[in-house]
Design a protein around this ligand. Structure first.
Ligand code: NI
Ligand code: MN
Length: 219
């Protein structure tokens, strides 16, 4: 599979000819050079309802007919608007021909419409386990994500203010014992400005993974 980080919390996965977008915050995202019209998603996975995660979801899903996959209450809201949805709740997994999406807890709030709860995502694609922490503070249960299989790649927020900061996120990296970690959700807005080295300095050397924004890599 090919994975692309488009800055902030926007991630693209290409597998089996399918395009999967996670938290497609494109309009207003200061990092990505992509535009909504560059995408034709088959699935859109959302961690929660804040605008910097929902982003261009409705416009994209209307255009492509993508299935929106997110926590149950938020999914129901989209279903009422006529979108195709899958909405498991915490601990539940939905199986697709390209992989599995498990909705897992994250400690964060939601106050917009649609409502729903904040989540992380555990993806199992081509046998690889990917943990997308979403917006969250540090909590010890995140180590359960890799309970049966070591996490191959984890995206961890390091921005502080709305989520974990670099210190807690580096602790989280060790706690979850992922093979590789990518720091995300930082530098987008003034309150989450961070020096990424404040994260890397406390992360085990073998876990470090860097990628350029908008540049696909193989996993
Ligand atoms: Ni948020
Ligand atoms: Mn956010």
């Amino acid at each position: 599979m090919k994975i692309t980080w488009h800055g902030h919390a926007f991630i693209e996965i290409q597998v089996d000819g399918k395009q999967i977008l996670i938290d497609p915050f494109i309009t207003g995202n200061p990092f990505t050079k992509t535009k909504p019209e560059d995408f034709n998603p088959d699935y859109i996975l959302l961690t929660h309802s804040h605008h910097d995660h929902v982003g261009d979801t409705e416009e994209l899903a209307k255009k492509s007919g993508a299935t929106i996959v997110t926590e149950m209450d938020m999914a129901n809201d989209y279903a009422q608007k006529g979108f195709k949805v899958e909405g498991p709740n915490y601990g539940g997994t939905v199986h697709f021909d390209w992989g599995d999406v498990k909705i897992i807890p994250a400690w964060h709030t939601t106050a917009n419409v649609p409502l729903g709860m904040a989540t992380g995502l555990a993806l199992k694609i081509e046998g690889k386990l990917i943990y997308i922490a979403g917006d969250t503070g540090l909590f010890s249960d995140m180590k359960l994500v890799g309970r049966k299989q070591q996490i191959d790649l984890a995206f961890l927020p390091i921005g502080d203010y709305y989520t974990m900061g670099p210190d807690d996120a580096a602790y989280a990296a060790s706690l979850i014992d992922a093979k590789k970690v990518i720091p995300y959700h930082f530098n987008t807005f003034p309150p989450i400005k961070q020096d990424v080295n404040d994260f890397w300095k406390d992360v085990p050397e073998n876990m470090k993974f860097t990628t350029e924004i908008d540049k696909p890599f193989e996993l």
